[in-house]
Design a protein around this ligand. Structure first.
Ligand SMILES: Cc1cc2nc3c(=O)[nH]c(=O)nc-3n(C[C@H](O)[C@H](O)[C@H](O)COP(=O)(O)O)c2cc1C
Length: 307
């Protein structure tokens, strides 16, 4: 058995990252929040909280409910807005030398495209992650990512305004996720990340009211892992661009399942709330798995599912 360190580098389109473990948007703030727990330089990449052109307060409380093996959230994309991101968050991120993806959203296609264009001037932004799971106000509350046509339209509009690597983050709340993935790839997405949260709800039986002020929320955590894994496997077989697996990843074993299913990298979300050091534990666990089996390169794991 060799004790040589295996190669953990992977390529997310044009971006080479030191290992396949990234943080999931909305669960890792703007990275500084985790400075005391995580050597941020060791992360494959950091995805920051969903950003919009203007600041947003998000939804009123209650915004989070714990559920069996997971949680529901209806934060409503609270964020500092582009100006404060540039002034207050970018200087810290610059010091890290870790690739940063900015997760973006808007109320219209024009807003998404404008934000993508304005982020192009910021050096620390390695790429954008486009969250197409949020409501499209102009079309009466449907998410852009609900249909292949609207997915194609928004990806095309953003592609016109930025040359930066574009990861498109898909919603699982659709009939056939492979059609949505194909639409994003067809209009110039560099990679696909999935899944965002699954819409759910919880009710207080004493008051007979929804537990979330928003009534419904997004389910995340281990409860969604089998669904996420199935969707990642389906999408990885459908598109040629890299797929990033997200959903209920708590351990290195979970992450390895996604890699074997065809994900080039993974994002870790809800697990950070339980163990703020979990991302590094997962990196170490993946490395130990490879060393124990004498596998020299993470590439020899990716997409190796045998049916
Ligand atoms: C509190 C919270 C906030 C989130 N905010 C965002 C967000 O701003 N943008 C986004 O694309 N996804 C957001 N997500 C979704 C996560 O990035 C991730 O896709 C999802 O939680 C599934 O992964 P997990 O089971 O590892 O948490 C959020 C999730 C949680 C729990």
């Amino acid at each position: 058995m060799t004790s040589k360190k295996p190669n953990l580098h992977v390529n997310i389109g044009r971006i080479k990252i030191s290992n396949p473990v990234m943080t999931a948007s909305g669960t890792f703030g703007y990275a500084r929040e985790y400075e005391a727990f995580v050597d941020l330089k060791r992360l494959g990449a950091i995805v920051v909280k969903g950003l919009s052109l203007e600041p947003s307060k998000g939804n009123p409380p209650q915004r989070i409910v714990e559920t069996p093996c997971g949680m529901l959230n209806a934060i409503g994309l609270e964020n500092v807005g582009l100006k404060a991101f540039k002034e207050e968050k970018v200087p810290f991120l610059k010091k890290l030398n870790t690739p940063v993806f900015v997760n973006i959203y808007g109320k219209s296609i024009a807003e998404y495209a404008e934000l993508a264009a304005r982020l192009e001037d910021i050096d620390v932004v390695s790429g954008i992650e486009v969250n197409i799971s949020c409501p499209n106000v102009k079309s009466g509350g449907m998410a852009f990512g609900a249909y292949p046509e609207s997915t194609a339209e928004i990806v095309k509009a953003i592609r016109k305004r930025t040359k930066r690597p574009m990861m498109v983050k898909l919603s699982p709340n659709v009939t056939d996720i492979t059609e949505i993935a194909k639409a994003a790839e067809g209009e110039g997405a560099d990679s696909i990340s999935l899944i965002n949260t699954i819409t759910g709800m919880a009710i207080n039986i004493e008051t007979r009211r929804p537990r979330l002020a928003n009534i419904t929320g997004g389910l995340s955590g281990p409860a969604i892992k089998p669904v996420a894994l199935r969707m990642v496997w389906q999408v990885a077989q459908t598109v040629k661009i890299p797929v990033i697996g997200i959903g209920g990843i708590m351990t290195a074993k979970d992450a390895l399942e996604f890699l074997i299913a065809g994900a080039t990298a993974v994002q870790v979300g809800t697990a950070n709330f339980i163990n703020p050091h979990v991302t590094l534990d997962i990196i170490d666990g993946i490395e130990a798995f490879l060393v124990e089996r004498n596998i020299a390169d993470i590439a020899d794991i990716i997409g190796t599912l045998e049916i």
